[in-house]
Every structure is written in C-alpha cells, then in structure tokens.
Design a protein around this ligand. Structure first.
Ligand code: FES
Length: 97
C-alpha cells in the first residue's frame, strides 16, 4: 500500500484502498492509519498538520489523535475511523474492515 521510506517521521501521506480514502501518519517509528475525511465538514486530513500524534484538519483545525481517530478538540466525541497497520520490512499495509 505504501513504503515506509516515503513516510518520514512527522509526515502524512494520502493513500486509497478501493473507495476508502486513508491518511497515513508516521509518529516516530510507528505508522497509524485513519479515514482521510474530517468528521466536521469533510476536510482532507492528509493535508493537515501533524504534531506528535495530533493531526489538525487544514480547514477549521479540528484536532484528532491519529492513534485512535478520536477528535480531541473542539468536536469532542466525534471521530474518524482508524485502521490497524502492519509493517513488513519497508512495506506499510492497512487492514480495512
Ligand atoms: S472540515 Fe475539518 S475542521 Fe472543519
């Protein structure tokens, strides 16, 4: 699905699997995957800003925890789907439901 070499620590990458838009987030040595569509008004999360595990939507700044997809501010209780990630060598795989 993606290569670890294309995903430097602290960066985001947009990928798709079938009809599912996904944002990959590299936090240290870990990679997390969430749905790319913001729960507020559909902003593209892969174009947002990643600080540690916090991802800010580029449109209005809603903040998500990329480890869980949970919105932390200001839309508490909102979330985007998060998906398990497998790393196999340099390959990044996302397991969709
Ligand atoms: S669309 Fe993401 S914060 Fe509004």
């Amino acid at each position: 699905m993606a290569s670890l070499g294309d995903l430097a620590p602290g960066t985001l990458k947009y990928v798709e699997s079938g009809d599912t838009p996904i944002v990959l987030a590299r936090v240290g040595d870990a990679v997390y995957a969430c749905n790319n569509v913001c729960a507020h008004q559909g902003g593209p999360l892969s174009e947002g800003k990643l600080s540690g595990a916090r991802l800010a939507c580029p449109w209005h700044g809603w903040m998500y925890d990329v480890r869980t997809g949970q919105c932390r501010f200001p839309g508490r209780g909102a979330r985007v789907a998060s998906y398990p990630v497998r790393l196999e060598g340099d390959d990044v795989w996302v397991d969709l439901p």
